[in-house]
Ligand binder design. Sequence first.
Ligand code: NAP
Ligand code: ZN
Ligand code: ZN
Length: 346
Amino acid sequence: MSTFKAYGVLNATSSLAPLQITRREPQPHDVAIKIAYCGVCHSDIHQARNEWGNSVYPMVPGHEIVGTVTSVGAKVRRFKVGDKVGVGCLVDSCRQCPDCKEGLEQFCSRPIFTYNCLELDNKTPVQGGYSSGIVVHEDFVLRIPDYLPLDKTAPLLCAGITTYSPLRHWNAGPGKKVAIIGLGGLGHMAVKIARAMKAEVTVLSRTLDKKDDAIKLGAHHVYATNDPKTFEHLAKNFDLIINTVSVKLDWGAYLGLLQRDGTMVLLGVPTDAPQLHAFSLIMGRRSLAGSLIGGIKETQEMLDFCGKHNITADIEIIPMVKINEAYERVIKADVKYRFVIDMASL
Ligand code: NAP
Ligand code: ZN
Ligand code: ZN
């Protein structure tokens, strides 16, 4: 076992504080990575604070990991020392089920998430990216296009793939009208990616405070959802709505913005679900769907797509000691548009 510096929580109410963690010695198929940057996802906060009810402590959050390879196991062929690499929300899976065989490891019944999870031995906890280094099986390590800057690329490993995957799956592209609810970490990546896919992009934010930003990020239109006229004006308008908000919203009202056969995809996870009348779906043959990050193959496809279109996140870099303050600011939606921790500060 090797020891690494990290920041984590000891229980649902503790602040993040320095911790020492151990990780396995690199095995023949493992890649050891020095972490340069790690993004701060709202899911880190949900899990650090046990808002999904499944948290195990101590917990080192962080699943938007980028860095450089420091050593590789004897059988690793795809990576070498010095390569720029990333690790997202998954570090392993059963590899045998139909989902894994199709490259959809996120839907495996035994996925190994990057933290708040146990290894396949069902004993050893895995710890995330608020840490100086990580050891990951090569099959779950992503290659970062050379010309993308590491710090701004970190958020692609979760916010990027989580929005790319449903945009791809529900065919965002030329002639398609796509709305993004919530201009936060996921939302701002969704805008950039949907625009690069050549869809017509609308941001639905609570107010018009972020209107100029949304347009700069690539949105064609911006509407305030605190204005009831928005829901009249945009009725039956969109092919696809990507909902990134993690609090209870009136899903029925948003479904009314879909054209016939349109789909609203849930990405955010509200702790209590709103009531939905069946007519919201029946009238217009509409669908309510969900989507979970993306598989490894698709994550690499997303990174290559972002490399080709020069897409990275808009970030605010913080030293590790500012992490507790950053969590409070994410909750207030006071971040443009993703915090990224500089691990050199650890
Ligand atoms: P974030 O940066 O906090 O963004 C959320 C956005 O939601 C905010 O910027 C804000 O946009 C809007 N919002 C916040 N509070 C609201 C409120 N009270 N009412 C209405 N809108 C509100 O969070 P994130 O990192 O993008 O993550 C968003 C959600 O997705 C989280 O629940 C996270 O756990 C989840 N997630 C899911 C997956 C998946 O695979 N499904 C992956 C990653 C994250 P405006 O200010 O523009 O209104
Ligand atoms: Zn995330
Ligand atoms: Zn599986």
